[in-house]
Design a protein around this ligand. Structure first.
Ligand SMILES: [Zn+2]
Length: 114
């Protein structure tokens, strides 16, 4: 019974180590060359970052179109309230354009967000 537990313990430890090694592996530090866990944020020996530093960013080029779309929509609402019946049809088109512009560019920003 004691022997069986010993074997079970050994097998379990081996399985556990196998699973863990898939996620936690030793990598060489780029700076000092020492073996470091790949889940460590920095090298404990020299402090060199092991994990790539992630910077959240959205392309500025897509923020401009969103701003323009908002301005078109806001201007559209303002004009809609002040213009006559004939003007309302044209302004309505601008409002739809502004609204869809915001939605489309927001989706593009979401898609390109790193
Ligand atoms: Zn290092």
């Amino acid at each position: 019974m004691v022997q069986f537990r010993g074997i079970l313990d050994l097998v379990l430890r081996k399985v556990l180590r196998n699973i863990l090694s898939k996620y936690m592996a030793l990598v060489k530090c780029n700076e000092c060359g020492k073996a470091v866990s790949n889940v460590a944020p920095t090298c404990p020996n020299c402090g060199n970052p092991i994990q790539p530093i992630l910077i959240e960013q959205t392309a500025k080029m897509w923020k401009g179109p969103v701003l323009i779309a908002w301005l078109v929509l806001i201007a559209g609402i303002f004009l809609f309230l002040t213009t006559n019946e004939q003007g309302k049809e044209i302004v309505k088109f601008a409002m739809y354009l502004g609204f869809f512009g915001i939605v489309v560019f927001k989706v593009i920003i979401w898609w390109n967000h790193k």
